[in-house]
Design a protein around this ligand. Structure first.
Ligand SMILES: [Zn+2]
Length: 165
């Protein structure tokens, strides 16, 4: 089998760690398609075409090369965001696979905040992770109802309010 050496030489060795991305066509192998994103000190490499998979989000905007971007560091060649690196794994996986799963090692409100920062709609969360993600809201409602009942007993009114954990 012939290997296109001229193209191969443009590729950094690290690319071999991402075989699932290489199968997507010649255009994706172009080094100008590569992008490095540093999230809270953890370095992630991906393709601009991958980030374009979910349009109208903060990451897809990085691929618009027109104009300066304050998140870009020309010295390191990286985009830097001081956000939760573990959660970002799941965010980036969403761009790669089109499926959004919530991490099991962080609580719902934290994931909710990160989704808001990256501009991703929580409704995109897969059914397998949805009830787990929603659990914190159900707990808040239960607590608010309990709190409301208690207030009614004491003060004779039905003031209902949400209590955040
Ligand atoms: Zn899931």
């Amino acid at each position: 089998m012939e290997v296109d050496h001229s193209r191969r030489s443009l590729m950094a060795p690290k690319i071999s760690l991402l075989p699932h991305l290489i199968s997507s066509g010649i255009d994706r192998k172009n080094s100008s398609n590569r992008i490095v994103i540093n999230v809270g000190g953890a370095r992630y490499e991906t393709y601009k075409t991958t980030l374009k998979n979910i349009p109208d989000t903060r990451l897809s905007w990085l691929t618009n090369t027109s104009g300066p971007n304050s998140d870009y560091d020309p010295v390191t060649g990286e985009y830097f965001f001081d956000r939760h690196p573990g959660v970002f794994n799941m965010i980036l996986n969403y761009y790669r696979t089109g499926k959004l799963h919530s991490p099991t090692d962080v609580c719902g409100p934290l994931f909710e905040e990160e989704l808001a920062f990256w501009g991703i709609d929580e409704k995109q969360i897969e059914p397998c992770c949805w009830s787990n993600y929603r659990a914190h809201r159900d707990a808040q409602v239960t607590l608010a109802e309990y709190d409301g009942e208690r207030r009614k007993d004491k003060r004779g009114n039905v003031k209902q309010e949400y209590t955040y954990l």
